[in-house]
Design a protein around this ligand. Structure first.
Ligand code: MF3
Ligand code: CO
Ligand code: CO
Length: 275
């Protein structure tokens, strides 16, 4: 597999797009409250992207082979929804956990990031622990990134942390190369064996976006053709960053004031250049 590396000019555009994507999450955070619908969150984000940022919401009408065009501007995955949840008019309630996944295009380049939100500020102990462990999985994955490391190192570290906490890793969806295209090579699996897969080199840009289930790993697709749910209807969480492989380690591109810092478990593990 050939994985393109980005030029310094492309990397600068990716920094801009990444920051803008993260800033959409900063903007929407205060609106994620009991009573709001995911459709309303979608409309607010759409208007902010288009009218305030001058960005293009990449999901809107996105149609990979075999899929109908995605109908909304963001993905909203609630509770047992794993990913690609389609916003609708049902209200969120206290104790729900919801992933908001934002991808913007600015100047031809993509920034892709997602966070978990706990609606009403509190949820079950299990739901909160799942969100936290999944954030740790993301950052433990990020901490593996440096030139010479291999993709399997990332997947293995994430899998070990998720399963060590009694959770499971979704297999059917993965992180991805990103740049002028939304989804490029390589595929970044969130499970695997150390010392396997392609070797990372400076200038590669890709996402890490583990989907971690409280129950079994199996998933199914809803009749809308997009929304993915856990087969056993257990809770699922996901966090996502877009990253750059640097000469010395890793730079997280999807950073802004409101994005949570690396959790303690990954602090000190992350190589130079990270946020
Ligand atoms: N943002 C998702 C990802 O992280 C992809 C969403 S595709 C969509 O790769 F069409 F559902 F928006
Ligand atoms: Co992504
Ligand atoms: Co995404």
């Amino acid at each position: 597999m050939s994985v393109a590396t980005k030029t310094p000019e492309e990397i600068q555009k990716m920094r801009v797009a990444g920051k803008l994507a993260s800033e959409v999450l900063d903007y929407i955070a205060p609106f994620v409250k009991p009573g709001v619908s995911t459709g309303e969150l979608d409309r607010l984000c759409h208007d902010y992207m288009v009218n305030v940022q001058g960005t293009i919401p990449a999901p809107l009408n996105y149609a990979p082979p075999g899929y109908a065009p995605y109908p909304k501007s963001i993905c909203t995955s609630v509770n047992h929804q794993v990913c690609h949840g389609v916003p609708g008019e049902k209200a969120l309630k206290k104790g729900d956990i919801v992933n908001l996944d934002i991808t913007v295009i600015k100047d031809g380049y993509h920034g892709d990031t997602s966070r978990m939100f706990v609606v009403g500020g509190d949820a079950s102990i299990l739901a909160k622990r799942l969100c936290q462990v999944t954030l740790e999985c993301l950052w433990i994955g990020i901490s593996q990134v440096k030139p010479g490391a291999r993709l399997g190192d990332i997947g293995h570290a994430i899998q070990k942390h998720a399963e060590g906490n009694g959770f499971s890793v979704v297999r059917e969806f993965c992180g991805h190369g990103i740049g002028s295209k939304f989804h490029e090579d390589p595929q970044v699996l969130h499970y695997g064996k150390p010392n396997t897969g392609i070797t990372l080199t400076p200038g590669m840009t890709f996402t890490i976006e583990p989907m971690i289930n409280a129950g079994k790993a199996a998933i199914s697709e809803l009749p809308d053709g997009w929304t993915i749910v856990t087969k056993d209807r257990s809770l699922s969480a996901q966090w996502e960053h877009t990253i750059l492989v640097t000469e010395t380690g890793v730079e997280v591109l999807t950073v802004s004031e409101g994005c949570p810092p690396p959790p303690a478990v990954a602090q000190g593990m992350v190589q130079a250049g990270a946020a």
